[in-house]
Design a binder for this molecule. Structure first.
Ligand SMILES: [Zn+2]
Length: 508
């Protein structure tokens, strides 16, 4: 995949074929061509470039070409064709699982996870697909009708969806997310999130400038509970800088445990890549940044509020299909007026973020979501297909994949395009084999959990305390299914997620 990704490219030589593409992308492509001594515009196959191209390039032929080249990664040349390799991998995984007494690799991998067995995972995915597939077909119909109104003659293809979806959103909703930034100045967002931690969990965060840091930009907070008991230390590393890894993540220098009755305090580090502050010292976040802030803060709460005996059973050891629950749960507050009213004010004028804008944000959250959601389900189903085999696979990879996905299409599949040969999650190491479903699983769990907060008031200290006590404090010391049921009061259901994604209309 790496070889193909770095070798493959789309070269455009006619300026007219660039129509619709943003200047920054075009400039990068021009520089990339120059650097290689080529004339024209050289588009690389990294994901940000490909997705920006597919959602904005007005030239349909070029979109088709981009998609075809990108999708051939993993089978571009005979010596880099992954198809036989991945068959060997799944067959060896099966052999390993059977040596250990399991009937399939999935049965082995699911040990210790919340879903526990493959029947539960399959029922879960199929139940979601039963609602998501018709919804995805509806959304595709809407996009296709829109595309036809814009002159598309051919049936809508996979390489058209992102493009017309993008146009349709802009036209229908005319919503400029960039205009939100002045309302999300970093220090204000931070104050809002800290206030949320106070209301939900009774926490007080006090900056300590004495504690040593790995970089002067890192801020350190002591985290106290309502009884002034120190629970742990939170390191926050907010903005981009040279040499810092991309993205956002939570890590720790030490995890909570008890040693002969003495509580070992967790030292937890949240890392972000927010915009470098301007001359006036203010970093203006996007709405997506705000949800990211909340996401990692949710992981942080899980680590800081852990109250177990052994470090191996603290939050570090939580099952992969449960560990994203506390983090994705926190993202929900970004869509709540009561939360946004705490801090979302124009950093210059102090004017609050208008309620109509918040309404629009909430509305946009569920628009045309079904195709993307169904795509994720396809990935999860394909993963389970490969890892629930009980006999070695002998058929061709393409036939196997088509067989698994045949009833899940919301758009006519394009011949020759395959997912498996470049599905790195499944085959570059074992961690996501029979594990891709866990993204959707923990999302369903958090939507269900959030329903409890919604019911009892999203700022309810009582609900926060119950969640802290019954879920966050337990780390990996109790079966996650038990924790879930203890808090929600029943078994998990897919309904809350389907509603949150806008795939099931709320009948209340
Ligand atoms: Zn996460």
């Amino acid at each position: 995949m790496l070889k193909n990704t770095s070798a493959a490219y789309l070269l455009i030589t006619d300026q007219q074929d660039l129509q619709g593409l943003p200047d920054s992308l075009v400039n990068n492509a021009l520089q990339a061509a120059k650097a290689r001594g080529m004339d024209g515009w050289y588009f690389t196959m990294d994901y940000p470039t490909v997705s920006a191209f597919l959602s904005q390039a007005g030239n349909r032929e070029k979109r088709m070409e981009m998609r075809r080249i990108h999708r051939s990664i993993g089978m571009m040349t005979p010596e880099t064709d992954n198809r036989e390799v991945l068959k060997e991998i799944v067959n060896l995984r099966l052999e390993k699982a059977q040596l250990l007494g399991f009937s399939s690799y999935a049965d082995k991998a699911l040990q210790g996870r919340m879903a526990a067995n493959r029947e539960t995972v399959m029922d879960f995915l199929n139940e979601l697909a039963a609602t998501a597939l018709p919804a995805a077909r509806e959304d595709v119909k809407e996009i296709e009708e829109y595309a036809q109104s814009k002159g598309l003659q051919e049936p809508l293809a996979s390489f058209d969806i992102a493009y017309y979806d993008n146009q349709l959103r802009q036209e229908k909703y005319n919503f400029d997310e960039e205009a939100l930034r002045p309302y999300f100045e970093l220090n204000q967002v931070k104050a809002g999130v800290f206030e949320l931690a106070k209301r939900l969990y009774g926490l007080r965060l006090v900056q300590n400038e004495e504690i040593q840091v790995y970089h002067p930009e890192v801020e350190v907070y002591e985290v106290y509970d309502e009884n002034n008991r120190l629970l742990g230390i939170l390191y926050m590393d907010f903005c981009c800088r040279d040499g810092k890894g991309a993205g956002a993540w939570t890590t720790g220098f030490r995890y909570q445990a008890k040693n002969d009755g003495e509580n070992i305090l967790p030292l937890i580090n949240l890392v972000y890549n927010f915009p470098v502050p301007g001359e006036d010292g203010s970093s203006l976040l996007s709405f997506y940044d705000v949800t990211t802030f909340l996401h990692e803060f949710g992981h942080g709460m899980h680590f800081l509020l852990s109250n177990v005996n052994y470090a191996s059973l603290s939050t570090m050891g939580v099952a992969m299909d449960f560990v994203e629950l506390p983090s994705t749960l926190m993202e929900n507050w970004a869509y709540e007026k009561d939360f946004l009213h705490l801090f979302a004010r124009d950093y210059k004028t102090g004017k609050p973020l208008p309620d109509e804008t918040i309404d629009r944000l909430i509305e946009m959250r569920t628009v045309l979501n079904a195709p993307g959601f169904m795509g994720q389900l396809q990935y999860a189903l394909l993963d389970m297909g490969w890892h629930t085999i009980t006999k070695p696979v002998n058929t061709a990879v393409g036939d196997f994949e088509n067989q698994i996905l045949k009833d899940t299409h919301y758009l006519a599949p394009q011949p020759g395009i395959l997912i498996s040969p470049n599905f790195g999650h499944l085959f570059d190491n074992d961690s996501y084999a029979a594990g891709y479903y866990s993204y959707i699983w923990s999302d369903a769990m958090q939507a269900d959990v959030y329903g409890v907060f919604k019911q009892q008031g999203i700022m309810s200290r009582k609900t926060g305390e119950a969640f802290r006590e019954k879920v966050l404090s337990k780390g990996a010391s109790v079966d996650p299914m038990v924790l879930f049921q203890d808090f929600v009061g029943r078994k998990p259901s897919t309904e809350a997620l389907l509603k949150q994604e806008g795939l099931l209309k709320d009948t209340n």
